[in-house]
Ligand binder design. Structure first.
Ligand code: F3S
Length: 787
């Protein structure tokens, strides 16, 4: 205790950003002693709400924490992109708070269509989505959040340039939020409901993650880039089953990478871990690099020299860990144990091309030509797209520029369409200042607006490739699921580094290997690219660009009106859900009995429906609209008590209007897939009280409880056959179980039309906190009450 006090008093003179973390870390050390910790653990545990309560929960007195302890964390900030921010803000607004408990920012990046080029595309995008942008801007003003309007940049790039800071922990409402891990910031991608919990100041819960170590040695060769590290790892992790929740990099190779290169590697962690069943169980993941000299150089270049000084001050403070001072170097304790270690020698790594349709099909460049021929993939390359949140760094762009200059000197133009997406206004303005954009445009490249564009399917192709036509494109983005970029399921989308994408765009061929092959120049000579080279960062600090593209540090303005038109089809205010009745549930009816897979996409479809993300009544008209009726085999069919046939969402709405509450019955792994909160919100909105299934995907089960729906599983799977659509249902023991904080068993009493009664035993996984959520009507109702 005395040493803790000593550290606490020493901490008084630390820069404020780090004082809190220092004190928490001292507490962590008091509880864990000299246990060796990984970097990710140090940062996570320094954000515990109550150190002892979390680290001692479910653990052997602070040993074997991973996979067991329930961490209740206080993140430092929340970042939201425009598509997911809508529902997050609507939920936040329903809490009637004046401002969020922690800083937050909103980034308008997902809704701009890439077509002819930045200026026209941006104007058109603003026009089409005006009401959404107006809503987000007005909410930011009312609640004092930072606002990055359309054109300001893509969330992850903006966050890296402005908010990421070694040692911090952030939540982001987007799967590629781990990008900030390149700058030693733990950043976890979450859904809107989780973001709101953090915004209202409630601790954010996470099962203590396992840590997968990746040891990097050596140094990348000429044609190889940081992107190839993650492309290669994607292939490897899938083979091994991806057992890690947080991926932490270490080893001497780490020091050879640029900061933005480290971020590219972190950016893609979610893409590949989404493929692992382990992730589905853990529900959160991220990736992190230690603080190195390139981190300090990046902070300086992005006008954050003070942060570098603060870190230097911090590093002079006495450490209290197993490895003295290691926390303050923002690296792991020496000898820290990882659940698994993968080793990559950067010196022997070669470029990779991954795909099509999945990021884990990793093919070394040297084998790509023969794979294309063997698989009979298209040999013509239709388009090359570089940039995005993953790969639009100064280093990426100047390396590409070096290739463009070589090709221009040989009189060559790209043979495929060539698009460039800058990640932010800052990077765009800097590239413009330094002449790089001119080189891109001179080569015939189309510079799109600083927004997601083709990466999220917002791409109007100019080459007339129709839906259903097989074709190949190459991107430096991070995902390549079928239809992801242009909505065409037959577009084979491969992932590679910006350099490889660019060189292949010149050849216009998927069988071209820029390291070995030549292209014919207009005068018939053979041209071979020399290896790309670029600059890690600009020689003078980054240009900030158009200052009107950011609204920072605004005070909350209680008098501001949030802009939602009563006639809007895309936005609607949310009413809090009513609390649980003061007794067991009775008089419920089975809306529909579902067979087969029922993913979150089945429950709340994406695609064109994304437009309605901020309008719960409108998006609810897609609820379960691809589910298969177990009794009739029909898709999206449900029957009212009088036998009349309806779509599932129509019957749900009809029953809602009638005040008839209901339940859904389904089979295994209900709610697998992405952690889409709408899949819980929509049934709840339409009147679902219970979801009774053979088994749940864990994240969805939690999401249901957060929205006040009770998830129950059959104790005996065969009982699935004892319940039918239209049956009347009441619960036995549910209210008592909720009142007892999740303790106790629940049965479901089914009454048939004939009057016959069947009692079905069920299981539940309701914790004490979750029982409180359900009783209050939703997690938000409960959390906002306590404020
Ligand atoms: Fe946007 Fe694609 Fe990144 S959708 S946030 S550019 S992954």
């Amino acid at each position: 205790a005395s040493s803790a006090r000593r550290h606490l008093s020493t901490a008084q003179s630390l820069p404020p950003t780090y004082e809190k973390l220092f004190n928490k870390y001292t507490e962590v050390r008091r509880v864990l002693g000299k246990q060796r910790l990984t970097l990710a653990e140090k940062i996570l545990y320094s954000h515990l709400h109550n150190v002892e309560e979390s680290l001692l929960s479910n653990t052997d007195n602070g040993r074997s924490i991973r996979g067991k302890a329930n961490l209740r964390l206080n993140p430092d900030r929340v970042n939201m992109q425009d598509a997911s921010a809508q529902m997050a803000l609507l939920q936040f607004m329903s809490c009637n708070l004046a401002r969020p408990a922690i800083p937050a920012s909103i980034h308008c990046d997902h809704l701009i269509v890439g077509y002819k080029g930045a200026e026209g595309d941006l104007e058109a995008g603003i026009q089409t989505n005006k009401e959404v942008f107006d809503f987000l801007e007005s909410a930011a003003r009312k609640y004092g959040m930072d606002f990055w309007p359309p054109g300001a940049g893509i969330i992850h790039q903006t966050v890296l340039e402005n908010y990421a800071l070694p040692g911090l922990m952030m939540l982001g409402t987007d799967s590629h939020s781990p990008n900030a891990g390149g700058l030693t910031t733990i950043t976890i991608g979450v859904g809107g409901a989780d973001a709101v919990e953090a915004l209202v100041g409630a601790p954010w819960e996470l099962k203590a993650p396992k840590i997968l170590g990746v040891e990097l040695t050596g140094k990348l060769n000429d044609w190889v880039s940081p992107k190839d590290v993650i492309l290669r790892l994607a292939g490897e992790l899938t083979v091994r089953g991806g057992t890690g929740s947080i991926i932490e990099y270490f080893g001497p190779g780490v020091d050879t990478l640029s900061l933005t290169g480290k971020s590219t590697i972190c950016n893609m962690v979610r893409s590949l871990l989404l493929l692992s069943s382990y992730l589905a169980e853990v529900g959160a993941t991220t990736s992190i690099f230690p603080y190195t000299e390139s981190s300090a150089r990046y902070l300086e270049a992005t006008s954050r020299s003070q942060a570098v000084r603060n870190i230097e001050t911090l590093q002079k403070f006495p450490g209290s860990g197993a490895d003295k001072d290691a926390y303050f170097r923002f690296s792991a304790d020496e000898g820290a144990e990882y659940d698994k270690v993968i080793r990559i020698d950067l010196s022997t790594l070669e470029p990779y091309i991954n795909g099509p349709f999945t990021p884990d099909l990793a093919i070394p460049l040297s084998k790509f030509k023969e794979t294309v021929k063997d698989q009979q993939w298209p040999e013509k390359l239709s388009a090359g797209l570089i940039g995005s949140c993953t790969n639009s760094s100064y280093e990426d762009m100047t390396r590409v520029e070096s290739l463009l200059k070589q090709a221009a000197a040989a009189g060559l133009k790209p043979s495929a369409d060539f698009y460039i997406t800058p990640g932010s206004e800052q990077i765009r303005a800097t590239l413009e200042r330094d002449g790089t954009l001119e080189t891109f445009e001179g080569a015939g490249g189309i510079v799109l607006s600083n927004a997601c564009g083709p990466c999220i399917g917002q791409w109007k192709r100019k080459d007339g490739v129709e839906k259903g036509t097989a074709n190949a494109i190459l991107t430096s983005y991070n995902r390549n699921f079928r239809g992801r970029n242009d909505g065409n399921p037959d577009t084979m989308n491969f992932l590679a580094s910006p350099e490889i994408v660019t060189a292949m765009a010149f050849a216009g061929s998927t069988t071209f290997n820029p390291m070995t092959d030549a292209i014919k120049t207009p005068d018939g000579k053979d041209f071979k690219f020399s290896a790309p080279h670029g600059l890690e960062g600009p020689s003078t600090p980054f240009e900030s660009g158009n200052e009107s593209l950011r609204v920072l540090s605004q005070e909350a303005d209680a008098s501001a009106q949030v802009a939602i038109s009563p006639t809007s089809e895309r936005l609607a205010f949310l009413d809090p859900f009513p609390p649980f009745p003061g007794s067991d549930l009775s008089g419920l009816r089975v809306l529909v009995k579902i067979t087969g897979k029922c993913t979150t996409d089945t429950i709340s479809a994406a695609g064109p429906w994304l437009k309605y993300k901020g309008h719960l009544p409108n998006i609810s008209t897609n609820t379960l609209n691809t589910a298969i009726n177990a009794e009739t085999g029909e898709v999206n069919a449900a029957y009212d008590l009088d036998g009349s046939k309806h779509t599932i969402p129509d019957l749900g709405q009809l029953w809602k209007d009638r005040g008839q509450e209901w339940l859904v019955v389904a089979e295994h792994n209900y709610g697998e897939g992405s952690a889409r909160e709408h899949a819980a919100l929509q049934p709840r909105y339409l009147g679902a009280r219970i979801v009774l299934v053979k088994s749940f995907a864990r994240i969805h089960e939690t999401n249901l409880k957060k929205q006040g729906v009770v998830p129950l599983t059959f104790e005996n799977e065969a009982d699935f056959d004892k319940i039918a659509a239209g049956d009347q249902v009441s619960t036995v023991g549910l209210y008592e179980m909720l009142q007892n904080g999740g303790k106790g068993t629940v049965q479901v009493k089914v009454t048939k039309d004939s009057g016959e009664e069947v009692l079905i035993p069920t299981k539940h996984a309701v914790t004490k906190d979750q029982a409180g959520f359900i009783l209050a009507g939703s997690a938000l109702n409960l959390l906002s009450k306590g404020l």
